[in-house]
Ligand binder design. Sequence first.
Ligand code: ZN
Length: 349
Amino acid sequence: MLPRYRVDFEHQQSQVGVKASSSFQVPKNVWKFLWALPIPPKLRHFWWRACNNLLASKVNLYRRRCATEALCPICHKESESVEHLLCGCAWTRAVWFGNSLSIPLVEGSIASIQQWTCEVYKAIADKHDRVDYVCKMIWLAWHIWKSRNNYVFNHLPIDPVATEKSFCESARHSIQSPLPSSLSSPAQDAPRTWSPSLPGRFKVNCDVAIKPGSLSAYMAVLIRDSEGYLMDGVVRMEEVGSVMQGEASAIRWACLVIRDLNLSQVEIVSDNKEVIRLCVSEDAPPWKCAPIIEDIRSLANLCNLSFLWTPRLANEAAHWTARAFLKGVLPSNWMRHHPEGLCKALASS
Ligand SMILES: [Zn+2]
């Protein structure tokens, strides 16, 4: 059982309403600590976005004119800031209190996720306890975020007990044996041949072929189920500014296809190491690709997507489709009757 730590909530309450990232900066040593936590990279990235007020909350969408109102879609009482979404809404407070962390939050007590993270970091002197506590804090916030998204996008009811249960499962496995970090070091962990997704989930392979002497990008996106069957596939051509922009654009398009199909927890696979690295990190992308990478990062959060780099050979089916489309030999009914080349590529990868 973890010791309980008191954080100076009164001090934070005086700052309710202050924009999370406007006046407070997370010190470098705290970032260093956060990036070294034994949690999956998508969780570190999620917490970085939460700390920087970058999650797609209603307030943030409203600011960007992507939503008609900023009100919390669950309680309909407060604006849905990142802080309200993760720890202010009544149901989230029940979750924070009802588990081994037992954090007694009162409405509006967390004015900034950044500052809260730093307060917790300072309050726990013991290194091991600190890692354990902050990992659990991030896992719990992640499950709250997922439950909230399931409510908003999939109309699943909010269930604090179920959220807490999923948190307990993940935290137990994660803290005792860190999850594989294939996203942060794709080159070492990626499989050499196509590997299926977990049962009930989908894997999306994408690739792009650039027409020689031009910047016409011929893209292919293939959706395969956990058995490896090709469920759907789409191709499109787009003029791009560079080869890398074309690769990034294909991944963004894959994200949009997944969003439109209302799928979630999908793994997007590409053989472009650099673009996959940019999708899963917070690094600043080259300016030509920056808006595309930003879109991908937002869509990844919105639809719970993960990304994986794979060698060319394991991405053969998407590669074959993009090449055939470029050469003009992809029949219009290629999804209904797979051409021989595609069958071979599907079988080999
Ligand atoms: Zn609410």
